[in-house]
Design a protein around this ligand. Structure first.
Ligand code: ASP
Length: 336
């Protein structure tokens, strides 16, 4: 081979360029949350603790299998969130928290970090898996955000799974609504710690696929006892969800009003993109901004190198991460 130095050099170049083209992103992986709030070990039974860890592990394994097979981050986010939407444990899909009228009213959003396409729905009552309809808004409508009856009709027109509102309602959420409404009658302020912390449980997922594309999605029932068709941060692109291959993917959970005012998800991405901060520093900085305003909650973040941040300023956050090698981390409380 060394007899023909120019030929060898050309062969080497071809090998390098082919290698680069076909080399998959070996940092693929995903990160999920199942809500932040006053999640204290002393308030959890061993069974509940185990049930949450098991479903977090199940959900993340679904997305990881998709990514491992070379599937897209979009598909991984959608299918991972389905597991959590279908579980009564989380405040999304079945088991969503209830409005002041005792109904479930759901919000969801999705963003593609490669194209910056996005879709979201808010205040829907009959869509079994809201994350899929958020994706459908992105792919099958000229819009980014649909709400209420129209969004339900949009899903039905596409033949997506619809269910009666009663499908979403569980005894646990009925009791929580009763508790919050009783406190409200006692004229406890909305800022009372009990009210403040007892309402969360949103789910979210950020994934990075082998192509190096990020995607983020968030799905929620919002906050217990919400009134007047209140909409939180989860369906708002830039507040509860954001993804951009130039920076990172973000899904948030917490007191939505403060997350909207702090434009949390985009603010984190902007600090990473424009200021060059790493995702942990950026997340801490933005959550501090939320805390300074009087709000609380958490975020999951992933960048295109597969680094993750799971930051929160509440007692706990249901959360899990699985990297390309399949190493799984599932955590609930602060000091784990
Ligand atoms: N952020 C959601 C909302 O305000 C609630 C949550 O994260 O649990 O609607």
């Amino acid at each position: 081979m060394f007899k023909y130095p120019i030929l060898s050099f050309c062969l080497l170049l071809v090998q390098i360029s082919f290698g680069q083209q076909s080399l998959p992103n070996e940092n693929f992986g995903l990160v999920i949350h199942g809500g932040a709030g006053t999640i204290l070990k002393e308030n959890m039974t061993a069974e509940m603790d185990q049930a949450y860890r098991a479903i977090l592990a199940e959900a993340i394994a679904v997305g990881h299998a998709i990514l491992k097979e070379g599937g897209t981050s979009q598909e991984a986010v959608e299918k991972t969130i389905h597991v959590m939407e279908n579980s009564p444990l989380f405040n999304a899909g079945k088991g969503a928290v209830l409005t002041a009228n005792g109904k479930a009213s759901l919000d969801a959003s999705f963003m593609d970090g490669n194209t910056l396409n996005a879709g979201s729905i808010s205040g829907v009552s009959h869509i079994k898996n809201p994350i899929s309809t958020a994706i459908a808004v992105m792919e099958k409508s000229p819009h980014v955000m649909l709400s209420g009856v129209g969004a339900d009709q949009f899903a039905a027109s596409l033949g997506m799974d619809t269910v009666p509102n009663s499908y979403f309602i569980t005894e646990r959420r009925k009791n929580a609504l009763k508790r919050v409404q009783q406190s409200e009658q006692k004229e406890v302020s909305f800022y009372d710690p009990f009210i403040k912390d007892s309402k969360f449980g949103t789910v979210g997922c950020v994934a990075l696929d082998k192509n190096g594309d990020l995607a983020a999605g968030t799905s929620t029932g919002g906050m217990t006892n919400k009134k007047w068709d209140r909409i939180g941060d989860a369906p708002i692109i830039g507040a509860g969800t954001y993804a951009n291959n130039a920076s990172c993917g973000v899904s948030a959970t917490g007191w939505g009003e403060f997350f909207i005012r702090s434009v949390v998800a985009h603010d984190i991405a902007a600090l990473v993109e424009y200021k060059g901060l790493d995702i942990v520093t950026a997340s801490k900085q933005v959550l501090q901004k939320v805390a300074d305003l009087g709000g609380n909650g958490g975020v999951i973040v992933m960048d295109t190198k597969g680094n993750v941040a799971l930051e929160f300023n509440t007692a706990g956050m249901y959360r899990a991460h699985m990297n390309a090698q399949g190493k799984l981390e599932v955590k609930i409380y602060k000091n784990e």
